[in-house]
Design a protein around this ligand. Structure first.
Ligand code: BES
Ligand code: ZN
Length: 634
């Protein structure tokens, strides 16, 4: 019976999209009358309490006040609910929300219950509301100061040093700590928000800002936002601080603190070109504007693809745009991830792997084949390293795998996913592959997807013969661990010169004179591959000759600190301490603590001392990662 409804609603939504192929008419896609009651797939999200097949939220309207003193966000969430006539219960996700009152659209009290909270894994608790016929639900609530999605920065944690700052990070299941809704990637909601903040702070969200902020006359201003395309709830995001905007192209721009704006702008100045390149590859950019905000260095990720407002770490800024593949990546998510979304987190390769492939294609289009090939070769080396470490049979090395929290890094979800698509491209040819990927985005726009759907779609719309199917090994790629034998390896010559220099250095200690002229990827390749055991004299010589500890590129600085700490090189400690006190990006912070932690008493003493100072300055994501490294649990 349920299955029938699924198919029916899938048909309905497909029809709705077919009449609006650009997706630019959100009213059609978002109309509750044609939205599916099921997620559009049979995949079951075990990370949510929501029962979207019974009753689902189709629109969220937030009216929130930011309280920087108490570090709390609170107000009202009005939810529009789609449910069969007899359906009486709406189940939402909540993780620590303090609910004061729930009413229907006309102010009538509705009864509700918050179930038992699961401490492990962040799933939180079900918030079950008795609808009593209501299809509009109004929730008065407050997110506490320790809401894991939110980080409230002190003025000292900002570049300006004068005003506090707030940002959120929703993916994967953190938004339930500040928004009461159904927090599953398989469902989609339009949303709007009114947010008040103290002057002179500005607020941005992952929706389009409406008009000028309204001065409330009490030292506060109100900002309004609308996201009229249905998005998965993990993509609702907010940032507030002393920030300014600079335009890049007709539909792109960048926000950052005033003193950081010029450097930020310079690093992302190619964005409009990237959008053009992406559209050329896989079809129209459907979200209107593409703006970015470069956050303070406490942001726990490199970037986050919040629609119309990508969030970026400032630590990717190197002065020469060498790490701006990050922008290509977050931009690519405007198709893979934000248009077509993994229905469950076990399929996150559909977001991240497809995006990593797409990113590489944008880099190739804008910066040329050499840079793209080198970046792909670095990614491939990462896959090989991980497989060598965990074994070709490790279940977590299948693209479709249980999310374990502590992932096998990004090597599988991102890079094996990337190389899967590269392999398919290689076998069927670029022209056919690109046409296929474009129709994948078009035909599944604003819908969830699963590995099985991806496979079926390839079989239906790409593969032309059994012989070709045999050559592609699709199911092995998606569902089996390890690396299929047909993998399209990166061009072996991509790093020929660097690899020769690595051997020369390993054999005779010759530090390559060519290093200065190398690309960032070449430098990373070199530092990643030289012998791991070095004496203090050797490290000092490397640092002096290659100016590693004064590198403006954090990818290089990070590799240097790792190498130095792994050899208990004392001069690197103060710099590590400074870095860890300023930067909260988990990709850097967690391995540096792990390196120290693995260096006996020497390293553990340093790690413990530093972490005591820095732990309170980290976002919950980074704190969680370092706690695991150092064997702590809250
Ligand atoms: N969506 C991810 C960030 C993310 C992944 C947050 C999983 C929470 C759970 C984002 O697009 C991303 O991949 N960021 C990378 C960028 C890099 C691969 C260019 C990062 O932060 O390092
Ligand atoms: Zn990503």
């Amino acid at each position: 019976m349920r299955r029938t409804i699924t198919v029916l609603s899938l048909l309905l939504v497909t029809t709705a999209c077919a009449t609006s192929p650009t997706g630019s008419s959100p009213a059609t896609v978002a109309d509750p009358m044609v939205s599916p009651i099921l997620t559009g797939s049979d995949a079951v999200d075990t990370m949510t309490y929501a029962q979207p097949q019974e009753a689902r939220v189709t629109h969220v309207a937030l009216d929130l006040a930011l309280d920087f003193e108490a570090k709390r966000v609170g107000g009202v969430a009005d939810l529009r609910v789609l449910a069969e006539p007899g359906e009486e219960e709406l189940v939402l996700d909540s993780n620590g929300l303090q609910i004061s009152r729930i009413t229907d659209g006309s102010g009538r009290e509705l009864s509700y219950e918050i179930g038992e909270r699961v401490e492990e894994g962040g799933k939180g608790a079900p918030l079950t509301i008795q609808l009593d016929g209501a299809r509009n639900v109004s929730i008065q609530y407050m997110a506490p100061a320790d809401a894991a999605a939110l980080q409230w920065l002190t003025p000292e944690q900002t570049a300006g040093g004068e005003y506090p700052y707030l940002f959120s990070q929703g993916q994967a299941i953190l938004n339930r700590t500040w928004i009461p809704t159904q927090d599953s990637p398989g469902i989609r909601q339009t949303w709007e928000a009114r947010v008040t903040a103290p002057k002179p702070l500005d607020v941005v969200m992952s929706g389009v800002r409406q008009g000028e902020p309204e001065d409330l006359g009490n030292g506060r201003r109100a900002f309004r936002f609308v996201m009229d395309k249905p998005v998965p709830p993990y993509l609702i995001a907010i940032a507030a601080g002393d920030i300014d905007f600079q335009a890049i192209g007709p539909r792109s721009g960048v926000w950052a603190e005033p003193s950081a704006l010029e450097r930020a702008y310079n690093e992302v100045a190619d964005t409009e070109e990237m959008i053009d390149a992406a559209e050329e590859l896989y079809g129209e950019y459907r979200w209107g504007r593409y703006d970015m905000i470069v956050l303070p260095p406490a942001f726990p990720y490199g970037g986050m693809e919040n629609p119309v407002m990508t969030f970026l770490t400032p630590t990717f800024i190197a002065g020469d745009r060498s790490n701006n593949g990050l922008v290509a990546h977050e931009l690519a998510h405007s198709w893979s991830g934000n248009l077509v979304t993994n229905a469950v987190w076990e399929d996150s390769w559909l977001n991240e792997g497809v995006t990593s492939y797409f990113e590489n294609r944008i880099v190739e289009a804008v910066y040329g084949e050499k840079r793209a090939e080198q970046e792909a070769a670095l990614a491939f080396a990462g896959i090989e390293d991980v497989l060598a470490e965990v074994g070709m049979d490790a279940p977590g090395t299948a693209l479709h795998h249980e999310s374990t929290g502590a992932e096998i890094g990004s090597a599988i979800t991102y890079d094996k996913g990337h190389f899967f698509l590269r392999t398919v491209e290689n076998i069927v040819g670029r022209e056919r592959f690109d046409a296929w990927l474009r129709q994948w985005f078009d035909n599944h726009a604003f819908q969830p997807a699963t590995s099985e759907l991806f496979y079926d779609d390839m079989m239906a719309n790409l593969v032309v013969s059994q012989a070709e199917a045999d050559r592609l090994m699709l199911r092995e790629w998606i569902f089996e661990p390890g690396l299929p034998s047909n993998v399209a390896r990166p061009d072996a010559s991509a790093f020929a010169e660097v690899d020769t220099a690595v051997t020369a250095y390993a054999n005779s200690g010759t530090i390559p004179a060519a290093y200065e002229g190398w690309t960032s990827a070449e430098r990373v390749r070199f530092l990643d591959n030289i012998p791991k055991t070095r004496s203090a004299v050797q490290l000092a010589e490397l640092d002096r000759t290659l100016e590693l500890s004064s590198s403006q590129n954090n990818e290089i600085l990070f590799l240097w600190l790792e190498l130095a700490l792994a050899n208990r090189y004392e001069p690197a400690v103060p710099q590590t301490e400074e870095f860890l006190g300023r930067v909260g990006r988990a990709k850097f912070v967690s391995p540096l603590f792990a390196t120290l932690w693995s260096e006996g008493d020497w390293g553990r003493e340093h790690a413990t001392r530093i972490y005591t100072e820095t732990r309170p300055t980290y976002h919950a994501v980074t704190r969680g990662a370092v706690d695991r490294v150092m064997g702590r649990s809250e």
